[in-house]
Design a protein around this ligand. Structure first.
Ligand code: PLP
Length: 341
């Protein structure tokens, strides 16, 4: 990039190469690079023509910006419960969420768990509703032999922060539907790209994409080591879905590893205080997301039922951040020791 001077150009070979590489990696026809995963979700919602007063269904436990994006388009989020114990949308509950106003369904793969996109699509297809698959936390995994982000009608990736593919910022929309792709291009192209990913960002991402399959397998190995080393009386119980099988058809991607934290085993210490304590011992543990119905006014959304499973995740879930998973087996031993202290 430095040598060919493309760092200073608006259009250059690195973005083209990244687009091709992502399309190839995901076996998807169209890739639109953009400035963040949050923007990618917004573009995905726009591509399926979410309009004011439409409804968009998503899990009550999901990334906060997905909810905010629906509001940005002046549509109404309809929250459905997750499967029990795991942070992914329940396809059965989804049936009750669908109305004449449903314009899209958003489902996210979170914390090493996979949403059952095929089951969700089966429910959605009866009504011709497009499914947006948020794979921002799942780059590099395999779900039923496919790359996460390539299974929904539209898929979304993030290259932000410390995501599994990162340029500090950035994102992408994936789709096989030429009409949806064209709508996004028309929306973003204003003589210039209004939500660009730069040549520099693409140059940084290209080698990471090559390393991703190997790194995904190393992370999985370390997670298995961690789970087998956790003592039986640990306050942490893994939240995995589906159970990571020993095959290359289903390979979870661990941007975060989710655990249920049992406060009763720690004299009632909150998940926030327990995570703080772990951080002081050098373990990158965080309280997980807040459930959307717990943090937004009831006037902002509709809900299907009382959302008991998402409420449990809200109270109990903590996540381990991924860098330690590339740190070697000693790092996992040290992590388990630090959690016990
Ligand atoms: C990080 C993330 C996003 C948004 O990505 P940014 O690039 O940070 O805007 C969306 N969905 C999920 C599930 C994420 O983890």
């Amino acid at each position: 990039m430095l040598q060919d001077g493309s760092w200073g150009r608006y259009h250059g070979p690195h973005c083209d190469r990244l687009r091709d590489a992502l399309a190839d990696f995901h076996d998807t026809e169209h890739v639109i690079l953009c400035s963040s995963g949050t923007v990618a979700v917004e573009l995905a919602l726009r591509s399926v023509k979410v309009q004011p007063d439409d409804e968009v269904v998503l899990a009550a436990y999901d990334y906060k910006a997905n909810f905010a994006n629906v509001l940005t388009l002046r549509a109404t989020p309809v929250l459905v419960d997750t499967l029990p114990g795991v942070p992914v949308l329940d396809p059965e509950q989804l049936k009750k969420a669908i109305s004449d106003r449903t314009r899209a369904i958003v489902c996210s793969h979170l914390h090493g768990c996979f949403a059952d996109v095929a089951a969700i699509r089966a429910v959605a297809a009866e009504r011709g509703i497009p499914v947006i698959e948020d794979a921002c936390q799942a780059a590099g995994g395999r779900l039923n032999g496919k790359a996460p982000g390539s299974i929904g009608d539209v898929g979304v990736l993030s290259f932000g922060g410390s995501k599994l593919l990162t340029a500090g910022r950035g994102g992408a929309v994936l789709t096989n539907d030429a009409t949806l792709a064209q709508r996004i291009r028309l929306y973003t192209q204003r003589g210039n790209d209004a939500y660009p990913l730069s040549e520099m960002q693409s140059a940084v991402l290209l080698p990471q994409l090559q390393q991703l399959p190997d790194r995904t397998l190393v992370r999985l190995k370390r997670v298995r080591q961690l789970l087998s080393a956790l003592p039986a009386d640990s306050p942490l119980r893994p939240a995995l879905y589906p159970d990571p099988a020993e095959n290359d058809h289903d390979v979870p991607a661990f941007y975060k590893v989710a655990f249920h934290y049992d406060a009763k085993k720690q004299n009632g210490l909150s998940r926030e205080d327990f995570s703080n304590q772990a951080r002081q011992n050098g373990v990158a543990l965080d309280p997980a997301f807040s459930a959307l119905h717990k943090t937004h006014s009831g006037r902002r959304f509709k809900a299907v039922g009382e959302l008991p499973n998402a409420s449990v995740l809200h109270a109990e879930l903590v996540t381990l951040h991924h860098p330690v998973l590339l740190g070697g087996t000693d790092a996992i031993d040290a992590l388990v020791a630090a959690l016990g202290s």
